[in-house]
Design a protein around this ligand. Structure first.
Ligand code: MN
Length: 201
């Protein structure tokens, strides 16, 4: 099967001024689309493979033919990571998580501010390109982690929230000021979506 680019459920300017329209447009139509295209191109080399679930594919990269393992890791990871990223964005006007998710964040990190510090620190200190994540790890606990490049995060646990810190995600507006981008990310987290993931997994 072919993977397709997930459409956004909001316009490209919906996250202004924190993430600008041009960055969103290029990020989705060029970068995200590129990962999808390159994933399909890799899988076309082995038509005998039948994966209809991206998560399963990423968890079983080691079982794939060796010649496409790296391409699937980079581009399958890129497809998955961006699917999650774009799905979890919404202008929130300083909104915070609520309910069971907020309780678990406070229980785990001590306070929402402590969680924010840990997540921001992971995003700011990721050297080069990569991601910061809030995951539910294999023990069922919340954890902040960081991954390089487009490496899949699924082997560490279930991702609930991810922040893309590749320069393509922020450079047009923020240039070298990654910390400002990270700070403003907290204005565009769709906490309802994060909460849904938390309750489901
Ligand atoms: Mn990206």
């Amino acid at each position: 099967m072919k993977y397709v680019l997930n459409p956004l459920n909001y316009p490209y300017n919906a996250l202004e001024p924190h993430i600008d329209e041009l960055t969103m447009t290029i990020h989705h139509t060029k970068h995200h689309q590129g990962y999808v295209n390159n994933l399909n191109a890799a899988l076309e080399k082995h038509p005998e493979l039948h994966y209809d679930n991206l998560e399963t594919l990423l968890l079983e990269i080691d079982k794939l033919p060796f010649d496409i393992q790296t391409a699937v890791k980079n581009n399958g990871g890129g497809t998955f990571n961006h699917n999650l990223f774009f799905d979890t964005l919404k202008l929130n006007e300083n909104g915070l998580p609520s309910g069971a998710l907020l309780s678990e964040i406070v229980l785990t990190f001590g306070s929402f501010e402590s969680f924010k510090d840990a997540f921001s620190n992971a995003a700011k200190t990721r050297f080069g390109s990569g991601w910061a994540w809030l995951i539910k790890n294999h023990k069922g606990a919340l954890e902040v982690v960081s991954t390089p490049n487009q490496d899949p995060v699924l082997n560490l646990g279930t991702p609930l929230l991810g922040l893309d810190v590749w320069e393509h995600a922020y450079y047009l507006k923020y240039q070298n000021r990654r910390p400002d981008y990270v700070e403003n990310f907290f204005h565009v987290i769709d906490w309802d979506k994060v909460s849904q993931r938390f309750l489901k997994k």
